[in-house]
Design a protein around this ligand. Structure first.
Ligand code: FES
Length: 120
């Protein structure tokens, strides 16, 4: 089982879900399925409206979902990630803290997701 805790100024919700064995849902889809209001616009990795901060709290054996090409491009362009952050993530050393919820597909890691939804 994997645990995802969503935190914003008006949300603190923890969900537990089975580790996906096939296709993985995006974090945005998981949030929507559980009534967590993460902002989004394009839903295709092009706008950054769904930017979230992710703390990976499971041990390193669990690993973490890799950055997508769109995350690498957009998050380094906007300086939310450095090239060194991307290198560390690709080597599996350090989970990136900035993610795009519409691109990130959690793979079973326990995470704490912090976001601003503009509703507060
Ligand atoms: S909604 Fe546009 S990048 Fe995720």
């Amino acid at each position: 089982m994997a645990t995802i805790r969503f935190i914003s100024s008006d949300v603190d919700k923890t969900i537990t879900m089975p580790v996906p064995s096939g296709d993985r849902q995006t974090l945005l889809a998981i949030a929507q399925d559980h009534g967590v209001p993460i902002l989004f616009n394009c839903d295709s990795g092009d706008c950054s409206a769904c930017l979230v901060n992710v703390e990976t709290v499971s041990d390193e054996k669990t690993g973490f979902a890799p950055l997508t090409d769109k995350e690498k491009y957009l998050l380094t362009s906007m300086v939310f990630l450095t090239d060194a952050d991307v290198e560390d993530a690709e080597a599996g050393r350090v989970a990136p803290e900035s993610r795009l919820a519409c691109q990130y597909r959690p793979g079973g890691e326990d995470i704490v997701v912090t976001f601003e939804n503009g509703l507060a």
